[in-house]
Design a protein around this ligand. Structure first.
Ligand SMILES: C[S@@+](CC[C@H](N)C(=O)[O-])C[C@H]1O[C@@H](n2cnc3c(N)ncnc32)[C@H](O)[C@@H]1O
Length: 256
């Protein structure tokens, strides 16, 4: 029997491709991550312990390490393929945790003795039902050192603008579709189709299918920003508020 080795993953090319695909949804993605890192810089000593929660390929981890070269980064996600791209990118420079945030108390069980200065997450927690998201906020609060921060950047419309929000979403959808039509950006399904064609990702894709099935996880908790503020307060954060806004998206922060 011949022992076949998989071809190497072109990690930086897949990172770039992921960025372009995400930017079709979030043209201000770099700006929001940069704002999150400004908050981290303001509350930590320059060598922060950061948890990139539901971090996928590690887009936030990558930017944390560029900005805070001595940071200790932990990347948590449940998707074997996205985590595989992350592993190919960072090697043993960061820690990896495969964990499903839908499992109650899995965070506390995994990080029994570990604490972070910052827990950052973007465009991910809408996959959780609202009840579970509130519980995750409370579970995350216990992982953060006093004075540390949690930041969630997501679709979080301002409650005062229901009609305008709808128009903004329609505008953004038209903008995105014109980018797909011209090939300026890849759509979510196109990105996954391309990943399926790369022999270097074949084993990871198999693992992903075994774990998650053929379908992508369906999304669904889009709550107004007031809901997130109330949920973070309830979760025990000392100070809670908005640190960044871009149209219908926002980043909310909770300070321990
Ligand atoms: C749209 S991606 C965003 C990834 C990254 N934060 C970024 O901005 O590029 C959403 C991520 O959430 C992860 N995710 C969704 N549900 C999850 C769950 N229940 N537990 C852990 N990760 C989850 C997905 O695997 C995916 O990596």
């Amino acid at each position: 029997m011949s022992s076949e080795t998989s071809p190497a993953i072109d990690a930086l090319a897949w990172q770039e491709s992921w960025d372009r695909q995400q930017e079709a949804y979030l043209p201000d993605r770099e700006e929001r991550i940069s704002a999150m890192l400004d908050v981290v810089a303001a509350v930590t000593n320059g060598a922060p312990r950061v948890l990139d929660l539901a971090g996928g390929t590690g887009s936030i981890s990558l930017r944390v390490l560029r900005r805070f070269t001595t940071a200790q980064v932990t990347l948590l996600d449940m998707d074997p393929l996205l985590m595989g791209i992350a592993r190919a990118t960072f090697g043993n420079r960061i820690e990896y945790v495969s964990l499903d945030l839908r499992s109650p108390n899995a965070l506390a069980a995994h990080f029994a003795d570990k604490r972070f200065d910052a827990v950052l997450t973007a465009t991910a927690l809408h996959y959780l039902p609202a009840e579970r998201l509130s519980a995750v906020y409370a579970e995350v609060a216990h992982l953060i050192e006093p004075g540390g921060v949690f930041i969630n950047a997501e679709s979080m419309p301002d409650d005062g603008l229901p009609d305008l929000n709808q128009r903004l979403l329609d505008y953004r959808r038209r903008w995105r579709e014109s980018r797909y039509a011209t090939g300026a950006a890849l759509s979510w399904p196109q990105w996954w189709e391309l990943a399926a064609q790369d022999p270097a990702l074949a084993k990871l894709l198999e693992e992903r299918r075994a774990l998650l099935g053929e379908k992508n996880i369906s999304s669904e908790t889009v709550k107004p920003v007031s809901w997130h503020i109330a949920a973070l307060r309830e979760a025990g954060f000392r100070e809670v508020g908005v640190v960044w806004r871009g149209l219908t998206d926002a980043a909310v922060a909770g300070v321990r």
